[in-house]
Design a binder for this molecule. Sequence first.
Ligand SMILES: [Zn+2]
Ligand SMILES: [Zn+2]
Length: 350
Amino acid sequence: MESMKAAVLEEYRRFSWKEVPRPLPAGREVLVKVTFAGICGSDQHIFLGEFHPRTRLPLIPGHEFCGEIVETGRDVKSFKAGDRVVVDPIIACGRCPACERGHYPACPSLRLVGIDLDGGFGEYVKVPETMLHRIDRRIPDRHAALVEQLSIGFHACRRAQVAAGDSIVIWGAGKVGQSILQAVRTKTDHTVIVVDLFEKRLGKAREAYPDIHVVNPAKGDPIGRIMDLTQGRGVDIAFEAVGHFKPTEGRPNPVQGCVQAIRGGGTVCVLGLSNEATPVLFKNLIWKEAQIVSSRVTHGEFEETIRHLVEEDLNPEALISDVVPASRAQAAFEMLEKDPENHLKILLRF
Ligand SMILES: [Zn+2]
Ligand SMILES: [Zn+2]
């Protein structure tokens, strides 16, 4: 049996770069030689053991990756060796009430390549051809690896029904917040306000989109600033993309801040995967007869993202903070944990 190198999470907080058997594609599966794989916030949760017992070790994580097909199973119809592809990692059960309605991200037994089964942190990975999207030759590999991450932003826009002319708050300028920002800017040219405690992240957002406003809650009342920037109206839609937060005296938590930031009848869309309960004063929501929606993964937005990358109206480089050899996965995860202010999307290079 042929072998390959992979970053294997052998126990929580410990990757080994080691020799493992190379997967064999059968039936409708293809073997993809990975070029770049991105580290996601979910991967950081997995690394720390926070998705236990859903994740089973040893695991090769990685659900954001691109590569080239090197081998195809006997029944593969739509792809051939040499095709450059990106993988939509979602596997819905197809039988539950959510799946029956075609609402796959809501499937309670949703599985993802790289979370529930081995993924793209190895030199090769096998996936069914139904999960593949072809990458236009105008898109470089390092940007192709961001298609999943950027699609998270497009899905959030769809869930919140962002329309031309909407004003927006994005609370959290990490990987998810910055992806939402990129998607939002393809849909509305009205006021966009990004909120974060890290000046460097705000700076990065501003560098990519000089026309946005940035607000740091450490420097003053964020709601007052948002109201000033919207002439007292509040925004149409507020996205919460923080997840973990430190309660701060006199400052709203991110979800509560979003509820306070929207206009009457506005929408809050939550994405942050926190393990702590978030206190929300529902009176604030009800008096505005506003709605809260959630957004989890993606639902068919890959082609939209790929089209925007071809049209060059996104800023993929703004998401990438580091590119490191895949053999240094352990160091990359430690960097993200110790210094979140200076690292955004880390790409593992194969
Ligand atoms: Zn992810
Ligand atoms: Zn299902």
